[in-house]
Ligand binder design. Structure first.
Ligand SMILES: [Zn+2]
Length: 93
């Protein structure tokens, strides 16, 4: 019984990949965040042009240097960020 076993060689797909492919929803979520971050940076650049960079767009107070260090595109002072639940909504104008 020396039949050559011509069984399928397991291709073992995926084991050489760097990791699992992210779900489309994850990618869309990341794209959303990236677009929001880009919009925030563009708004910050606009304020830089206006000479309003580093000032809160809500109350006009100076934005903490620590906040700007953490988030250079921050549009709100600590108090207003807290009021907005920590998020930094994009405020037009
Ligand atoms: Zn403020």
């Amino acid at each position: 019984m020396t039949s050559t076993d011509g069984g399928p060689a397991s291709p073992d797909l995926g084991s050489t990949e760097a990791g699992p492919v992210p779900a489309p929803e994850t990618l869309l979520d990341e794209l959303d965040r990236a677009e929001a971050a880009l919009a925030a940076v563009e708004a910050a650049l606009g304020r830089l042009d206006d000479g309003a960079y580093g000032r809160c767009v809500s109350c006009g107070a100076g934005v903490d240097a620590a906040i700007l260090e953490h988030d250079p595109a921050a549009a709100h002072c600590g108090a207003c960020r807290h009021e907005h639940g920590g998020a930094d909504p994009i405020v037009a104008g």
